[in-house]
Design a protein around this ligand. Sequence first.
Ligand SMILES: CSC[C@H]1O[C@H](OP(=O)(O)O)[C@H](O)[C@@H]1O
Ligand SMILES: Nc1ncnc2[nH]cnc12
Length: 273
Amino acid sequence: MSTTGSQPTAEIGVIGGSGFYSFLDDIEEVRVDTPYGPPSDPIAVGELAGRRVAFVPRHGRDHRFPPHRIPYRANMWALRSLGVRQVLAPSAVGSLTPDYGPGTLAVPDQLADRTSGRDQTYYDDGAAVHVSFSDPYCPTGRRTAVDAARAADWPPVDRGTLVVIEGPRFSTRAESQWFASQGWTLIGMTGHPEAVLARELALCYTNLCLVTDLDAGIEEGEGVTMQEVLRVFGENTGRLRTLVADVVKALPAERTCPCASALDGMKLPLELP
Ligand SMILES: CSC[C@H]1O[C@H](OP(=O)(O)O)[C@H](O)[C@@H]1O
Ligand SMILES: Nc1ncnc2[nH]cnc12
């Protein structure tokens, strides 16, 4: 169903990644325009256990946006304009350690940006805004996700550093070994700038990482392929969707985390939606 009249609202946003192109059953589709163009797809808004949820697949339903072309700013802006304040972001990631094999769930607590040339800020002009980003993820969202995964009998890796590469190619063995030597444990292509854009809008952001492969530097075979990523993701989709739903249900409605006050006292050059 498409909405043209009064716009529905949502409190929690879910950004689906590779293999995660839809989420809710009974939805209203909302076309939101933003100063950064349209989001990846119309936003699907619906209800889950009494919580209002907005869903957008970051690559589009047909996976037409490669990671370096995703309209990250439009996606996050559109979610906020619907009322969203907490964002859950499931992602397919590679592992940089043999300890975390395919099927592992990880909730990283750190991020290392190795992207280049992506639009990574809303504050380009008019005033300098520097948000704190030492802890890029929401502590409440992370704790809720870790607890929900444990309760679902899917014990997660409850920390770790996600390095985000520009892509769309996968890493060489040398690059991958270098990332691992830094102590970084997970690798993906979309966690940046998603996390920082959420912080720049004072949104909570939690990355739920499903390991689909061992990255090239630690793998003994042919290296990573897109087919392998999508196959392993497909094998784990059911429990990941259930977990996202569990986290939606368990997220505290009231925000007491630092993300909520990320912009307090700052003079912003634009009006947030
Ligand atoms: C489909 S292979 C690589 C692709 O998968 C991951 O996507 P997402 O983070 O949206 O789940 C990775 O970041 C790449 O975009
Ligand atoms: N090995 C890998 N490198 C980058 N992004 C990924 N997404 C899933 N697996 C990946």
